[in-house]
Design a protein around this ligand. Structure first.
Ligand SMILES: [Zn+2]
Length: 184
């Protein structure tokens, strides 16, 4: 579901009106009748990693979610990008926060448009430097899985499932690419 527009002006607090702005814009925006601020709602970026372990990257680190939505389901470390950081910095921060992992960042791996919810998800590959994890409060458990062990029916998000499928397919092919696609 798309985020609802603000009800009140972020600048002055007046109740906003949903209307076309006066500058030729063709989308309805929350416009403040008092100070004329136009509130633009834009997609959010979700950034994360595919942290791998083993001499051929045969193990992938997953985190069991201790937060809603999808409490108890498994995910790759990922979260909303913060202002002031790059996509890679955000992905690394989430990996540290959610898994407490030691790792080295790798190449960008997937970029997925999830237009239905107004999000863009970006994953980087990452090489684990240790198989010891110290997950934060958002994670019940962090552990390594081979392809056969992945709990495919208990993966929290479609973006995570698709990224994992691309990872193991590329690993089998012996060559990692960059995969950009849309999630309906
Ligand atoms: Zn205002």
């Amino acid at each position: 579901m798309l985020r609802p527009p603000p009800k009140h002006c972020r600048n002055c607090g007046t109740a906003v009106e949903m209307r076309l702005p006066d500058d030729g814009d063709t989308k309805l925006r929350a416009v403040c009748p008092a100070c004329h601020t136009v509130h633009y709602e834009n997609p959010l970026n979700v950034v994360g990693t595919v942290p791998v372990w083993g001499d051929t990257g045969q193990y992938v680190l997953l985190c069991k979610r201790n937060i809603e939505p999808r409490w108890g389901k498994w995910t790759l470390p990922a979260g909303f990008m913060e202002l002031g950081e790059t996509t890679a910095e955000g992905a690394a921060r989430e990996t540290t926060e959610e898994a407490g992992a030691q790792f080295e960042m790798g190449e960008i791996f997937t970029l997925m448009n999830v237009a239905r919810v107004g999000q863009v998800h970006v994953y980087y590959r990452a090489r684990l430097l240790s198989d010891q994890f110290d997950p934060g409060h958002e994670t019940i458990e962090a552990r390594l899985f081979t392809e056969d062990q992945i709990p495919w029916d208990d993966i929290a998000f479609r973006t995570v499932k698709e990224t994992l499928e691309h990872y193991f397919a590329d690993r089998r092919a012996g060559r990692f690419g960059f995969h950009a696609f849309d999630i309906a």
